[in-house]
Design a protein around this ligand. Structure first.
Ligand code: SF4
Ligand code: SF4
Length: 432
């Protein structure tokens, strides 16, 4: 509404003040009518980012390129944020025709948000919008298309799932299906690192907490649809899934996956615009909360120098930077050393934004670059908590014969907990 008011004022000013400039006045009004048409009918989604696109095109400062994971590998302007902003302008003005090659180019981006952290325009939103506008015109990345089709048909990006496959990690483990907190594990951890989920389950048992778990009935969160340009499909998928989740009668969702956390918290159950009041918590927030409330303390020493990798979805996109560091610093014997680029400036692992699916070779090169940065700290181990980051780092370590150890944070937590950490705890509700 504010935008409407501003625009109306601008038309009025031109009419009254700009005497003699009939032509200018006429064009300005036409321009406004065109914009009204766009707003009312929502026909041209890029249009809403026009100001940001032109701001970049005017400044062309290039700060976004410094640690852009893709630009730093390929050194080609179109892969940087600055280059994509020019592409956006070209599409907006009808100078560039969309085609398959353009879609290939736009797929080469991890949507890591480094550029946004450097420049404060709506970079990532614009790149998602660019992908969407191309998908709508029929130019699709074949790898993304396949994964999206699988999510729609199998509720998993990894193709058809056999009965019991998704939940095989949980066999023999106890859950409390009456709990008002749902453990949402995502698609990648059960497939690639089932042990992490077992660690978390064991850790929760140590603090007397049992959560509900949907098992095979847990569906993919649909994040990849949102990232790769299938926004309409995502909105429909989300609507149905959200209704199902609401019917469970839960009031909190806890997940260890940064991608699930981001989409559940920022889209499904955004605390700012959702009236359903389901709270979404990352496992790391939960543990940090236990520590803050002095409900847990770690006794067993782990003598190790480690460095923490900030997953983009957890850090830059959701602002969880200090909590993992607080947890690590509270483990006796752990020495945390920071990589040169950390927190908002952290280098991406290279696998987000659908890039591992479409361009795995470049993802690995990016991961190797981040691994080198971890090695420069002198740390013995790289610690993080994201199944996508861990998958690509595992490959990078193997490809380079690196001596760096890789840990999911849950592994260190369980290790330091062994023995004696139990302080009482009460109901799960107290800690979320
Ligand atoms: S995207 Fe931002 S940082 Fe990059 S050139 Fe444009 S204005 Fe500068
Ligand atoms: S989101 Fe990341 S990969 Fe994409 S242009 Fe920005 S810095 Fe580069």
């Amino acid at each position: 509404m504010d935008v409407w008011k501003r625009k109306t004022r601008r038309i009025f000013k031109i009419c009254v003040i700009s005497k003699g400039k009939i032509k200018l006045k006429f064009f300005s009004i036409l321009n406004c009518i065109r914009k009204i048409h766009i707003w009312v009918l929502g026909t041209m989604t890029l249009e809403k980012y026009r100001d940001d696109i032109y701001t970049c095109n005017r400044s062309r400062c290039g700060f976004c390129r410094e640690l852009c994971p893709v630009y730093s590998q390929l050194k080609y302007e179109a892969y940087s944020s600055r280059g994509k902003m020019q592409i956006a302008r070209g599409l907006l003005e009808g100078i560039i025709e969309p085609d398959d090659a353009l879609m290939e180019c736009l797929s080469l981006c991890t949507l890591c948000g480094y550029c946004k952290a450097r420049c404060a325009l709506q970079n990532v939103e614009i790149f998602k919008e660019l992908r969407e506008s191309l998908v709508k015109k029929g130019f699709e990345n074949k790898y993304h298309k396949k994964a999206i089709k699988s999510i729609q048909e199998n509720k998993s990006p990894f193709g058809p799932q056999k009965e019991g496959q998704k939940s095989s990690w949980a066999q023999g483990l106890e859950f409390d299906q009456n709990s008002n907190v749902l453990f949402f594990v995502g698609c990648s951890y059960p497939r690639s690192f089932p042990q992490v989920l077992k660690n978390i389950h064991e850790f929760l048992a140590k603090v007397d907490i049992k959560l509900a778990y949907l098992g095979d009935e847990e569906d993919c969160c649909g994040l990849m649809m949102d990232l790769t340009g299938y926004r309409d499909e995502f909105e429909l998928y989300k609507k149905n899934y959200k209704e199902r989740l609401l019917q469970l009668g839960i009031d909190t969702i806890m997940t260890p996956c940064p991608g699930c956390y981001k989409i559940l918290k920022s889209s499904y159950f955004n605390p700012e615009d959702d009236s359903t009041k389901i709270k979404v918590v990352h496992f790391i927030e939960f543990v940090a909360n236990l520590i803050a409330k002095k409900k847990i303390s770690f006794k067993k020493k782990i003598d190790m120098t480690i460095t923490w990798h900030d997953p983009c979805d957890l850090g830059r996109h959701m602002g969880i930077f200090e909590e993992p560091r607080t947890i690590l610093k509270s483990i006796p014997g752990i020495k945390l050393v920071e990589m040169k680029n950390n927190r908002y400036q952290a280098r991406c692992c290279g696998s987000g934004g659908g890039m591992l699916t479409s361009n795995a070779d470049i993802s690995i090169d990016v991961a190797i670059q981040r691994l080198e940065e971890a090695e420069e700290t002198g740390a013995e181990a790289l610690v993080t908590m994201c199944p996508t980051c861990e998958s690509i780092f595992e490959k990078a370590i193997r490809y380079t014969d690196s001596a760096m150890k890789l840990y999911d944070l849950s592994e260190l937590l369980l290790n330091t907990c062994n023995g004696d950490t139990r302080k009482n705890t009460g109901s799960a509700k107290d800690f979320f």
